[in-house]
Design a protein. Structure first.
Length: 439
């Protein structure tokens, strides 16, 4: 049962499937930076463990706020002096500090502008990124994740534009080299820049060279809009999709933004194929390749029940529609709310497939659900955990999948998942899937 609009939030269950990235993982993408959290020690456990799990504890520090600090009303001084002490004790000198303030700073009306002004005055060569760990506010307005995906690009400055470069913002994973965006831009001889591929402060600054900023991951849309306006860039929101028509519209939008004529084709299955002059002919061929990949996957998977969860991709309902209309037996979707971008798809599924089940992931009763559905195929880690199957696609947030290529890769991953078993107890408990793990 999905959460209804306006329904109050109560006790929630958090399954052991921890593959999605959190604010610590995302913050670590900023090269030559460290993170400093200022909060009570009971809130520190999770973020400390995340940094340790990534073998990145050397880039993580904290300032503990005690009860007397709250009673004395000097949270500003505690924050300023604590951060100053951390930075003076470190042997290195980071280019940037991601300073995370928390719920307490909001409750007590802490003067954060004074905090940052004082720190910037003491350490003029360090860029302080304004970050927030205020989960109690995430049900209203922007989440800490959305705020961070904007703030992490605040260090970019206006630079001379390179018309042959495009920057993708807001994603934890770089797009696959075979993804639609990268292939189309490669044909145009346009360089693609992404934060996950930056290994130095210099390469990070070069993200601002591009004429066009693109966001493909929905939580990064807010940051895209803010940074494009601040740096005077053209902004394109091109979210990953499993709908052929939407993907074609995105191809056309990107094509129009970067130029009218694609110069040459490389790496589009047949490397010796000459460039198709018409974008329409190219997308028709892309669809034909998708149809072939889905048909091959269907031959392997057959009528096996398929369960999908929302952590696999921001568009789980579109994926369900695609698979159902190609003969797959999708029987259940795990999600807690319907993404507004998928509202029409949700209504279509309710009308065309009324027997399709919807299960929440955070309701307390889900803790007691039997986990003995071994002969099913799960797409996503939470679907794997709730069913107990060893046949699952181990991927989160859409990773580097995108467009027509993303559809083909999903079909391949489904085939692999059904043919090869995995150990869910070992894999899906690893936080920040794709990060280095010391588990």
């Amino acid at each position: 049962m999905l959460k209804k609009a306006g329904e109050s939030t109560g006790l929630e269950f958090n399954s052991p499937a921890h593959g999605n990235w959190n604010i610590v993982h995302t913050g670590m993408l900023l090269p030559e930076s460290i993170q400093i959290y200022v909060c009570a020690d009971n809130c520190m456990r999770g973020v400390v463990l995340t940094a340790a799990e990534m073998n990145a504890a050397d880039r993580f520090s904290f300032v503990i706020v005690e009860e007397e600090d709250l009673l004395n009303g000097n949270l500003e001084d505690v924050t300023i002096e604590g951060v100053t002490d951390v930075l003076r004790k470190r042997k290195d000198h980071p280019k940037a500090v991601l300073l995370f303030t928390v719920c307490l700073h909001h409750f007590l009306g802490c003067d954060l502008e004074r905090v940052y002004e004082e720190l910037e005055d003491r350490f003029p060569d360090i860029f302080f990124v304004r970050c927030y760990m205020d989960p109690i506010m995430q049900k209203h307005g922007l989440t800490p994740d959305q705020k961070l995906r904007k703030a992490i690009y605040d260090g970019l400055k206006v630079r001379e534009e390179n018309p042959k470069a495009v920057t993708i913002l807001g994603s934890d994973f770089a797009l696959d080299e075979t993804s639609d965006i990268r292939r189309l831009l490669k044909w145009k001889h346009i360089e693609v820049k992404e934060l996950p591929e930056c290994n130095s402060w210099k390469s990070y600054q070069e993200l601002a060279d591009s004429k066009i900023f693109i966001a493909c991951y929905p939580p990064g849309k807010y940051g895209l809009e803010c940074q494009a306006e601040r740096l005077r860039k053209k902004a394109l929101y091109l979210p990953g999709s499993f709908d052929y028509d939407e993907i074609i519209r995105q191809w056309k939008t990107l094509e129009q933004a970067v130029g009218e004529n694609v110069e040459e084709v490389e790496g589009i299955e047949d490397t010796d194929m000459h460039m198709e002059k018409s974008l329409e002919r190219i997308t028709k061929r892309e669809i034909a390749l998708c149809e072939s990949a889905l048909e091959q996957a269907r031959k392997v998977v057959g009528d096996v029940p398929i369960m999908i969860d929302h952590t696999f991709h921001p568009r789980p309902l579109e994926l369900a529609k695609l698979l159902l209309t190609h003969g797959f037996s999708v029987t259940r979707i795990y999600l807690d709310a319907v993404n507004p971008e998928e509202k029409d798809t949700f209504e279509w599924l309710k009308e065309q497939y009324p027997e399709l089940e919807y299960e929440p992931t955070i309701r307390p009763e889900m803790r007691m659900k039997p986990r003995n559905e071994s002969d099913v195929l799960a797409i996503g880690q939470k679907a794997a955990w709730f069913t107990g199957t060893r046949h699952f696609v181990n991927l989160v947030e859409g990773a580097g999948l995108y467009g027509f290529d993303g559809i083909r890769r999903t079909a391949e991953l489904m085939t692999e998942a059904w043919q090869e078993e995995k150990d869910p107890e070992d894999l899906i408990i690893r936080k920040g899937w794709g990060c280095e793990s010391c588990i």
